[in-house]
Design a protein around this ligand. Structure first.
Ligand code: SF4
Length: 259
């Protein structure tokens, strides 16, 4: 297993090469330096400059956020986009807000994460058999990227996925991640008819491409505060998706638990 962690200050996190294959690290650096979407870059920098009162003494990341996790992962998680005061602050996806803790708690209970929280990029968190990306790498205003921004960022998704050769299962966290993955597969020539529809727990097998099996797509409600506070997504529901992902990926049940 080969994973990313960092003990460097925020400004240097992107250039960390700790335990990362060279090509995956090059992909990460290309993401961090991307400036294709003027609207999003302007917004992220403004948020990083103005900050939230609770974090006013911190240095925000304020740049595009690459994926993180185990480069040998068989399970890929695709979220929506960095949160303005979460990943846009800490520089790591699903880190520094309630969504991150909710997600990591479920990943911890199902054997993918070695701790149940995700507070900052230097917390030592390590993922096993899981890698986390988002459809859009810059925090969008109101968490709503435009279709053009989603399409533009698919290039980064493809570049990162190409360096994760063992992925067998893609868990989409929310409808936007689900649809972005379908769009990505269509762009790569996959014929998807009928088009799979997003739903929590939905399992959508993909056809082969040029004789090469493609990862099965699994839907999961996004662990947003809106979903978790209202009970639309419970801890048990999210845990159930990850237990099924382990099965679909051919992984053994989480240690000490039934999968
Ligand atoms: S959203 Fe993606 S494509 Fe747009 S600037 Fe950020 S990293 Fe680049």
């Amino acid at each position: 297993m080969n994973r990313l962690s960092s003990t460097r200050p925020p400004a240097d996190r992107a250039s960390s090469t700790i335990s990362l294959p060279l090509r995956l690290n090059a992909v990460r650096e290309a993401i961090v330096s991307c400036a294709q979407c003027a609207r999003l870059r302007t917004y992220c920098k403004r948020v990083a400059r103005e900050k939230k009162r609770a974090h006013r003494l911190e240095t925000y990341w304020g740049r595009p956020v690459p994926g993180f996790g185990d480069p040998e992962a068989r399970v890929l998680l695709v979220g929506l986009a960095p949160a303005a005061h979460g990943a846009n602050r800490t520089g790591r996806g699903f880190t520094g807000d309630g969504s991150g803790d909710f997600l990591m708690s479920a990943l911890h209970r199902t054997g993918f994460a070695d701790m149940p929280t995700s507070r900052h990029a230097d917390d030592g968190l390590q993922l096993t058999e899981a890698y986390i990306v988002s459809a859009v790498r810059c925090a969008p205003p109101d968490n709503k990227p435009t279709p053009e921004e989603i399409t533009r960022c698919l290039g980064h998704l493809g570049a990162e996925v190409d360096e994760l050769p063992r992925v067998r299962v893609v868990v989409a966290l929310g409808k936007i991640g689900f649809d972005a993955w379908l769009q990505f597969q269509r762009r790569r020539g996959l014929s998807l008819s009928p088009r799979p529809q997003f739903g929590h727990g939905v399992v959508a097998p993909m056809p082969d491409r040029d004789g090469i099996p493609q990862p099965v797509l699994v839907g999961c409600y996004h662990p947003s505060r809106q979903n978790t506070n209202t009970g639309k997504l419970t801890a048990e529901m999210m845990e159930g998706v990850f237990r099924n992902a382990r099965k679909l990926a051919g992984l053994s049940p989480a240690p000490g638990r039934r999968a």
